[in-house]
Design a protein around this ligand. Sequence first.
Ligand code: ADP
Ligand code: MG
Length: 483
Amino acid sequence: RAQKCTARKILVEFQEACETPLPRLRQVVDAMAVEMHAGLVSEGGSKLKMLPTFIDRLPNGSEKGLYYAVDLGGTNFRVLRVQLGGLEGRVIKQEYEEVAIPPELMLGTSEQLFHFIAKELAGFVAREGEEFRLGDGQSREIGFTFSFPCKQTAVNSGTLLQWTKGFKVNDAIGQDVVAALQKCIERLGCKMRIAALVNDTVGTLAGGRYWNNDVMIAVILGTGTNACYVERAESISKWTGELPKSGQMVINMEWGNFWSSHLPRTYVDELLDSESLHPGEYGFEKMISGMYLGDCVRRVLVRMAQEAGIFGPHVPHTLLESFSLQTPEMSRMHHDDSSDLKVVAEVLKRLYGIQNTTVGIRKIVVAVCDTTCQRGARLAAAGIVGILKKIGRDGSTANGLMRRNDTNGIHDELSVNSTPGSGKTVVAMDGGLYEHYSKFRNYMQEAVRELLGDASKNVSIELSKDGSGIGAALLAASYAEYV
Ligand code: ADP
Ligand code: MG
């Protein structure tokens, strides 16, 4: 059939444009390491903002008391409380509530957004059970997880540089988001204090480190994507403040904005970018993260529908709507292992009213999902290996292990429960894309192994589910006294 033939041509062209063979992936790894360096040297030195977080020590297990976290960043808003029992008791009890962020708030005013958060938080505190106890004289301290780029001026203050993902609340840009939320909390008569502003990657790093001293890097693969890691403070040339006692600093890379000519960019990416809320920004994120993968697939399908008529003489108009194919649906189609691809047929019918597709056409749809997923996963892998390379943990230099002593243990007292010189590097991972999209996860792990070769035995990627919430609360605990 002519349709199928034209569709195949579009598919093959897309596949070729998306290819990430090992040599190309290595170029991405190198570009990531180079850009990281450039971003640390001077402000604006790279598309990678490499933001100092003012976090110069990570949790060590001794944290005690009742702490809170609020998490704003993607599709859901979360509040959490955790009762910490120190090295013996660890996490005694935790509780969280989650609500979807009303879509109009993502595009409204700063006032509306922060009032909404404060109100949810106040309600959450009002519903607190007896089993949660504040220590004597302890106030309610919050770790505020805010997964957007902020220029921090202290652990508990930072101005918003720009929105990403599905958010665009213009008047918040340039505002101190901590002060804005604190004001709304106080206006509700709620006695709580924001002790730390925490990017979700940093929360994940802190949550991961709480349980495992080998955690040096945290990566988010959810609605958006980002990474942070522990850097030697003296490598941060642009840092003008006093060097932290620990000699280390967590850097929020904002890697979603990474860019390199080695990235396999296609017409789909150009269209997606130009029609997005933030054109020209976060190009890496747009090729990788959960908010966008489904839409990449949809755009290829649109082209096949228009040029090859794969869904009949008319292009279903709902197929033309941005984000009508979400990544969880893409993932369901991709994982369809029935011989006649029933799930693919069901999704196409339910979302777009498309019926009577042949198995051949459905196979093409699956192939588009596979290509898009594989590209995203392999690029994420290259990003991770780029960070490992930057900190000398990719096995390429002999000093990897020697540098270990000064990069391991951001907190001096960390040695309480550390096993020095284990030689391992752990990447704490969080996010719904990595957690639920198993083919994405497998492609990513496979590419990390390919890139690292032998050194991959010293690196592990560990899912640290909802680590960022606990992590933010832990950081509130360790920084509360310094507020
Ligand atoms: P957020 O990043 O919004 O803080 P999560 O880490 O829970 O929240 O990630 C949610 C994102 O993960 C969704 O936006 C979606 O893109 C992706 N996701 C969730 N479930 C699946 C799934 N089953 N398959 C693929 N992607 C998924
Ligand atoms: Mg999140």
